[in-house]
Design a protein around this ligand. Structure first.
Ligand code: RAM
Length: 918
C-alpha cells in the first residue's frame, strides 16, 4: 500500500493544505469548486450558471470519466445527499470545467448548495466539500426600491472644470421583528458607495461598484447581512462618492467627456423571518441625507479632502439624531439595465511599507514607497483639532528632491486630512486612488515616522495565478515591473494609467497584453465584463470606440484599437475555455467588422487608421512620436493586416458557432485581402514590405499573408533590421504585440531573448535601469516631453508576458483552456534556469528547468484531467530519462516522435522529472 504525503496548493492567493495521511484509495480528491468562475458567488445574474471543479491526485495520468453533481436548496439537504434542485446522476463525461447547470429552474434569490464527486480511471473521489452560490434579482420587477439622490451641488461644492463635490451620506432607521432567518441587501451606488448596517461596514470591497456606461448598464452588489441585523431598531448608512458617474471634469469639454449626473443609489433589503413572513426595506424619500459631512470633496483626478471635525459619530447607527439632515429626494434612474456584478470587486489587495521619509523643507517631507503603484496612503497622525495634513502624489522626483508632477497634466492628486484632534487618528481616502511611488506630506504635526504610513494597493481582487522566475535578474526585474504595471491598471476596467488626468479604458493598450496578463492574474471575469462594456459602447451603425466605456468620445474608426474586442474574446476562449463571450458578442463583432469594410475598405485595403504603430522609439530623446517616416509604419498597411488577422478569428468563431456561410465569407475576405496586400506593399525582389520596418514585415509574416516561398526572406529582413538597431526594439504598440512570438516561431528565440534582456535604450531593461518599478508609456520615458509620459502604462509590453509563459517557460494551451498543453520551452544558451507555474482551470501546471553545458533537467507538473505534449531537447529518445529511468521503461510516457532536436513525448497528469545529460 502506498502512503500519500502532504499537498500544498497555492490557490487564489491563499494556501490550502490537504494533509493526507491515508491509503491508496483516498489519494484522489477535489478542490476549488467554482460557479461562474467565481469562488464565492452571491447574487449572480444568471439562472443557468456553469460549475467547475479541480481534481487532485498523486497518481499519474488521472482523468475524469464521469461526475455526479448534487445541488440542494439547503445545506441540510445537501448533507443528506438530496439534490432537490439537481441530481445530475452519474454522467459519463470528462468535462470538469464550466458544466452547465441543468437542474430545476432557478428564480431570483435562489440559494444553492452543491457538491460533486467524480469517477476517474484511477478511482473514485469522495464527495467534495460543499460550495454555494446564490442568484440575484433577475427581473426588473424584483426591484421595489426607488432611486434616491440629489441633483445639485451645495454651497461648498463647485461643478466647474475641477469638480469639487462632497460625499453624500444617507441613513435610514427601521424596525425588525424577532426571528430573523435571513437578510440580503442589494445595492447600486453610483459612482461609488460604502454600505453600513448598524455601524458595521458591509463587505471589504472598495471603489464599488465597477465603472460602466451607466446609461446602458449599472451593477448591483448582493450581501448576506443576516449577522448584521437584530430585532428592534436598525440603521442602514450609505456614503456616495462620485467615481465615474459624476465626472472629474464636468462641463469642461462636453463633446469629449460623457456626463451622467449627480450621485444616486438604489437599495433593497429583504428580510425573511423564521415564521415564513418577509419584510422589505427600500430606498425612498423616507431616508435622510446630508452632504455636509467629513468628505468635503472627492475627485478621481484631484484627490479627496476629509475634515474629521465634520464627522457625526454614530450616524450609521440607531439613535442618531438626524433632524438637521435633509429628506432624500427621488431622482430619475440612470437609464442602464440593472445587472449583477459578475466580476471580482476592487479591494485593498496588498500593503507596502515605505522605505524612506526625508525632509524637503520646513514642514514638508517626501515619503518613498519604493514601488510605483496605484491605491492610496494610509496615515496615522496625532495633533490638534483643525491641523491639516496635505498629501500630494507623484511617480518620480525632480533632481531637487521635489515631486515631479509635470506628467500628471492638470490632475491635482492632492488629499487633505483635517484632524479632529486629541487621540491618534488614522485615515485614507475611500473614493479616489492615486498612481504613485512618492508622497509629499505637508502640515504633518510633529515628525513623520515611516511607521505612520502604509501604501494600500488597490485593484480588482483577481488571484495571482502565474509565477515566473529565471536565472536572469534583468528579466526578473522586468517581470516584476510588468506585474506591478498590470495590477495598477485594473480598476473595474482596464485603464491605461493610474496617475494623470486620463485613466481611460483604451482598447488598443490591451489587444495582446490581455493574453499575457491572463497568465499572471485570473482575469476571465474582468475581461468578460469589459467585452460587455465594449458592446454597450457600440453605435447603431456598428462603430466601436477606442475607449470603452466611452467616457471619452473617441469613435475614430480604426482597426487596431476596436479590434481588441475580437482579440479579447479569443483570449477568454483560449485561456479559460469560456465560449460564452464569443456567443454573446459574435453579432456585434460582426457588425463592427462589416461596418469597417463597407465604410473604409477600398480594393481590399483598409483606408483608415488613427494611431499607426503608436509610440515607436523616436529619433530624438525628447520626442513623444517619431517624425522620421522611416521609423513609422504605413497606417493603412497596419489596418489592412489587422483586418486580415481579425477576419481569421471571426472565421474561427463562425465555425465554432456553426455558421458555415459566415466562415466561408471571412475566408474569402482573407484571400482577397492577402492578394491586395501583397500587390500593394510587397516587393517580391527584395522580399520587403513597404518601408521595411520590423512592423511592416512582421505583421504579414506572422499573420500568414506572406507567400510561403518568401517567408524566410521576409524573416531575414526582419532580423537584418533588428541587427541594424543593434539588436534593439524598434516597434511601438502594434509591432511589439507579435514580436517575441514572431521571432521565436521563425527560429530566433535567442534574438527575442536578447531584446527582452537588453539594458540599453530602447528596452524594458533600460526602463528598469533608470529606476522604473513599473513599465513606461514611452521607450524614452526618462527624456520625453511630459505631455504624454506616464510611468505606469503597460501597452508597450506587447506579447512579452505571453512569450515568457508560452515560449520561455513552455506553458501553452493547444486547444481551449489547457485541457491539452504544449510544453516546448525555447532553449536559450544564455539562460540557465526557469521556474514557472500557472494555475489553469484544471489545476497547477509547473515547468522548472535548468539548462547548462552538462545537461537539461526539467520538472514538469500536469494537472489531473489534462495532458501534455512535452518537447525535451535531445538528440534521440534514448538520451531522455525520467526519474532516473529510461523513458521507454516508464509506462505513463508515450514517445511520439523526434522533431528538430526535441524528443516529443505525450504525458498524462502528474509530476515528472526529465533529464538529458550532455
Ligand atoms: C494615449 C495613451 C493611451 C493610448 C492612446 C491612443 O492617451 O497612451 O494609452 O491608447 O493615447
Amino acid at each position: 500500500m502506498k502512503r500519500i504525503f502532504t499537498y500544498l496548493i497555492l490557490l487564489a492567493g491563499f494556501i490550502l493544505y490537504g494533509s493526507i495521511n491515508c491509503y491508496a484509495d483516498a489519494h484522489i480528491g477535489l478542490q476549488n469548486l467554482k460557479c461562474e468562475m467565481l469562488s464565492n458567488p452571491s447574487g449572480i445574474g444568471t439562472a443557468k450558471p456553469r460549475l467547475s471543479w479541480q481534481i487532485t491526485s498523486d497518481i499519474r495520468n488521472t482523468n475524469q470519466v464521469a461526475y455526479q453533481i448534487l445541488v440542494a436548496s439547503t445545506p441540510e439537504k445537501l448533507t443528506a445527499g438530496q439534490g432537490d434542485l439537481w441530481d445530475s446522476h452519474k454522467v459519463n463525461s470528462a468535462e470538469s470545467i464550466m458544466v452547465n447547470y441543468a437542474g430545476k429552474p432557478l428564480g431570483s434569490r435562489a440559494a444553492c448548495y452543491w457538491k460533486v464527486r467524480v469517477w476517474t480511471n484511477n478511482g473514485v473521489t469522495t464527495w467534495s466539500k460543499p460550495a454555494t452560490w446564490s442568484v440575484g434579482l433577475l427581473n426588473p420587477a424584483d426591484w421595489k426600491a426607488k432611486w434616491i439622490g440629489c441633483d445639485r451641488g451645495f454651497a461648498w461644492d463647485s461643478v466647474s472644470k475641477f469638480s469639487r463635490l462632497s460625499a453624500r451620506y444617507y441613513r435610514h432607521q427601521f424596525d425588525l421583528k424577532s426571528g430573523i432567518k435571513k437578510a440580503t441587501a442589494y445595492i447600486v451606488g453610483l459612482g461609488h458607495y460604502e454600505l453600513y448596517m448598524n455601524g458595521q461596514p458591509i463587505g471589504d470591497q472598495v471603489l464599488a461598484e465597477p465603472p460602466t456606461d451607466y446609461t446602458q448598464s449599472v451593477k448591483y452588489n448582493t450581501f448576506d447581512v443576516t449577522a448584521n441585523l437584530k430585532q428592534g431598531g436598525n440603521t442602514i448608512g450609505t456614503v456616495l462618492g462620485n467615481g465615474r458617474y459624476f465626472t472629474m471634469r464636468p462641463k469642461y469639454k462636453p463633446k469629449k467627456i460623457k456626463e451622467f449626473g449627480f450621485p444616486k443609489m438604489l437599495l433593497q433589503l429583504e428580510v425573511e423571518y423564521t415564521d415564513g413572513t418577509k419584510q422589505t426595506i427600500i430606498s425612498d424619500n423616507n431616508w435622510h441625507f446630508t452632504a455636509d459631512g467629513p468628505i468635503r470633496t472627492n475627485n478621481e483626478y484631484d484627490g479627496e479632502e476629509y475634515d474629521a471635525t465634520k464627522e457625526f459619530p454614530g450616524w450609521n447607527n440607531a439613535g442618531f439624531n438626524d433632524n438637521k439632515w435633509l429628506k432624500a429626494e427621488l431622482v430619475e434612474a440612470p437609464g442602464g439595465k440593472i445587472e449583477a456584478q459578475m466580476n471580482e470587486p476592487i479591494k485593498v489587495m496588498d500593503t507596502i511599507k515605505p522605505i524612506s521619509v526625508k525632509q524637503l523643507k520646513d514642514n514638508v517631507w517626501i515619503l518613498d514607497l519604493g514601488q510605483n503603484m496605484a491605491g492610496w496612503l494610509r496615515l496615522r497622525v496625532k495633533g490638534n483639532r483643525g491641523n491639516k495634513v496635505t498629501l500630494r502624489y507623484a511617480e518620480t522626483l525632480q533632481a531637487s528632491g521635489e515631486l515631479y508632477v509635470a506628467n500628471l497634466r492638470d490632475a491635482k492628486v492632492t488629499d487633505v486630512y483635517t484632524l479632529k484632534g486629541g487621540a491618534e487618528e488614522t485615515w485614507h481616502p475611500v473614493f479616489v486612488y492615486h498612481g504613485f511611488r512618492y508622497v509629499e506630506i505637508s502640515g504633518y504635526p510633529g515628525k513623520p515616522e515611516l511607521g505612520d504610513f502604509e501604501g494600500q494597493v488597490v485593484y480588482d481582487a483577481l488571484p495571482t495565478i502565474g509565477r515566473f522566475e529565471t536565472s536572469n535578474d534583468i528579466v526578473n526585474k522586468i517581470y516584476h515591473n510588468a506585474y506591478w504595471g498590470i495590477l495598477s491598471n485594473y480598476k473595474g476596467m482596464p485603464v491605461d494609467c493610474p496617475q494623470r488626468n486620463e485613466r481611460m479604458p483604451w482598447l488598443g493598450d490591451r489587444a495582446v497584453g490581455s493574453l499575457g496578463e491572463s497568465f499572471v492574474f485570473a482575469n476571465g471575469n474582468f475581461y468578460a465584463k469589459w467585452l460587455d462594456d465594449i458592446a454597450q459602447s457600440q453605435k447603431a451603425d456598428g462603430s466601436i470606440p477606442d475607449v470603452a466605456p466611452a467616457y471619452w468620445n473617441y469613435y475614430s474608426n480604426n482597426m487596431t484599437w476596436p479590434g481588441t474586442y475580437i482579440l479579447v474574446a479569443d483570449m477568454l476562449y483560449r485561456q479559460f475555455a469560456d465560449q460564452a463571450p464569443i456567443e454573446k458578442h459574435y453579432a456585434s463583432m460582426k457588425k463592427w467588422i462589416d461596418y469597417m469594410r463597407v465604410k473604409y475598405m477600398k480594393n481590399n485595403i483598409v483606408t483608415k487608421d488613427k494611431y499607426g504603430d503608436w509610440c515607436v522609439p523616436p529619433e530624438s530623446p525628447e520626442l513623444i512620436h517619431a517624425k522620421d517616416s522611416s521609423l513609422n509604419t504605413d497606417g493603412q498597411l497596419i489596418a489592412t493586416a489587422y483586418y486580415y488577422h481579425l477576419s481569421g478569428l471571426m472565421q474561427k468563431f463562425a465555425t465554432m458557432l456553426h455558421k458555415p456561410a459566415d466562415a466561408q465569407f471571412f475566408g474569402t475576405i482573407k484571400q482577397n485581402i492577402s492578394k491586395a496586400f501583397n500587390d500593394k506593399y510587397f516587393d517580391r525582389t527584395t522580399s520587403k514590405y513597404s518601408n521595411n520596418t520590423v512592423t511592416a514585415n512582421l505583421l504579414p509574416l506572422y499573420f500568414g499573408i506572406t507567400p510561403t516561398a518568401h517567408k524566410q526572406a521576409v524573416f531575414k529582413n526582419i532580423v537584418a533590421k533588428i541587427n541594424e538597431a543593434h539588436d534593439h526594439i524598434s516597434t511601438g504598440v502594434i509591432g511589439t504585440q507579435w514580436l517575441m512570438r514572431g521571432l521565436t516561431e521563425f527560429g530566433r528565440p535567442d534574438l527575442a531573448w536578447k531584446i527582452a534582456s537588453n539594458t540599453t535604450y530602447p528596452s524594458w531593461g533600460y526602463m528598469a535601469g533608470r529606476g522604473a518599478t513599473t513599465i513606461w508609456e514611452l521607450w524614452n520615458g526618462d527624456t520625453a516631453n511630459p505631455a504624454m509620459n506616464s510611468r505606469n502604462h503597460i501597452m508597450l509590453l506587447g506579447d512579452l508576458i505571453a512569450w515568457f509563459y508560452q515560449d520561455i517557460a513552455g506553458i501553452k494551451t493547444s486547444n481551449a483552456g489547457f485541457k491539452q498543453l504544449i510544453m516546448q520551452p525555447a532553449i536559450i544558451n544564455v539562460l540557465d534556469s526557469v521556474n514557472a507555474s500557472y494555475q489553469t482551470a484544471y489545476g497547477t501546471v509547473r515547468s522548472n528547468y535548468t539548462s547548462t553545458k552538462s545537461g537539461f533537467k526539467w520538472h514538469v507538473i500536469v494537472p489531473p484531467n489534462s495532458s501534455a505534449l512535452v518537447y525535451v531537447p535531445a538528440k534521440n529518445m534514448d538520451e531522455v530519462t525520467e526519474g532516473g529511468a529510461k523513458i521507454s521503461t516508464v509506462k505513463e510516457i508515450k514517445p511520439v516522435k523526434m522533431q528538430n532536436g526535441r524528443a516529443v513525448l505525450s504525458i498524462g497528469s502528474g509530476n515528472y522529472d526529465f533529464e538529458v545529460k550532455y
